[in-house]
Write a protein that binds this ligand. Structure first.
Ligand code: CTP
Length: 289
């Protein structure tokens, strides 16, 4: 049997191999980004990055860096740091990481390599922000999650009126699985109540926000109220989906411009890549002749 297969499967290794594996240095992985309106595309990226090593450090850009390169973020840097820290695959957050990823940054945090989704990130001057780390072989790619992006969420919110907010709640909502356990322990999603009988549940918690009746006018908490197990908890944070929509509406023009700029940049890069590909094919065809 091939020895590499044996080691991979974790069977039949001798003492020497076990000791080498134990002594193996922990692989430190670096990710960076805006992480604005944190969504499951971001947490999926961080999950894949963590799986490529042992310790995950995430650099989050400041508001001014993001404004300079792609337009204003919806969430403030303090909010974005907190949201990234809440994702269970993240071991450390570096606040105010530079927009362009350099070897100097990787070395400063003792990281082996960085991981980014398979999309294009450009500076304000149209340069690939990962050029340097790519050239030196300290760049790894993970799969970008299709169908969700900050740009798309902002776009959808721009189209929305107050009456349609419930749609936004469902697109921004996190899977509880992705949150750190200390957050999970404090949480019981009220939204699922309608679908569960409350057997085995000791306590049902709702934040300090108003409780809206269901579509048929009934109280969504009727059952826990009847059982006397409904409690109000203070999240210590007054942010609501409404407030997020308000931020976007207030800055509508800036966000529209940001979205258009990003789309135009991406189209330009895709066209340039296509042209390069076509030229290469032509060259290859000529070489054959
Ligand atoms: N990412 C991903 N899947 C998505 C969105 C983002 O894998 N659907 C990854 C990006 O590739 C990057 C990281 O998440 O490695 C952080 O992305 P961010 O800097 O927030 O920027 P964008 O990719 O520009 O985010 P968006 O398109 O959502 O504005």
């Amino acid at each position: 049997m091939d020895t590499s297969t044996m080691i991979k499967n974790g069977h039949h290794h001798n003492h020497h191999q076990v000791n080498t594996a134990k002594r193996r240095r922990r692989i430190r992985v670096w990710c960076d980004g805006c992480y604005d309106m944190v969504h499951y595309g971001h947490s999926n990226q961080l999950r894949q990055a963590k799986a490529m090593g042992d310790y995950l450090i995430v650099g989050v850009h400041t508001d001014s860096e993001i404004s300079k390169h792609k337009g204003p973020p919806v969430f403030t840097q303090e909010e974005r740091y907190k949201m990234v820290r809440a994702i269970k695959w993240v071991d450390e957050v570096v606040q105010g990481a530079p927009y362009v990823t350099t070897l100097e940054t990787l070395d400063k945090y003792n990281c082996d390599f960085c991981v980014h989704g398979d999309d294009i990130t450009l500076t304000v001057d149209g340069k690939d922000t990962y050029e340097e780390v790519k050239k030196s072989g300290r760049y790894r790619e993970c799969k970008r999650t299709q169908g969700v992006s900050t740009t798309d969420l902002v776009g959808r919110m721009l189209l929305m009126t107050k009456a349609h907010h419930s749609n936004i709640v469902s697109i921004t909502r996190f899977s509880l699985y992705e949150l750190r356990s200390e957050y999970k322990a404090k949480l019981l999603l009220s939204a699922v109540l309608g679908h569960f009988r409350l057997s085995g549940v000791d306590l049902v918690c709702h934040g300090k926000t108003e409780i809206y009746p269901d579509k048929d006018g009934s109280d969504p908490y009727a059952e826990p109220r009847r059982k006397g197990i409904l409690r109000t908890v203070d999240s210590g944070n007054s942010l609501t989906t409404d407030a997020i929509v308000q931020r976007i509406i207030k800055n509508r023009l800036l966000f529209e411009a940001r979205n258009q700029k990003k789309e135009a940049k991406e189209i330009a890069v895709i066209q340039a890549m296509k042209r390069q590909e076509e030229e290469k094919t032509k060259e290859r065809a000529q070489a054959v002749l």
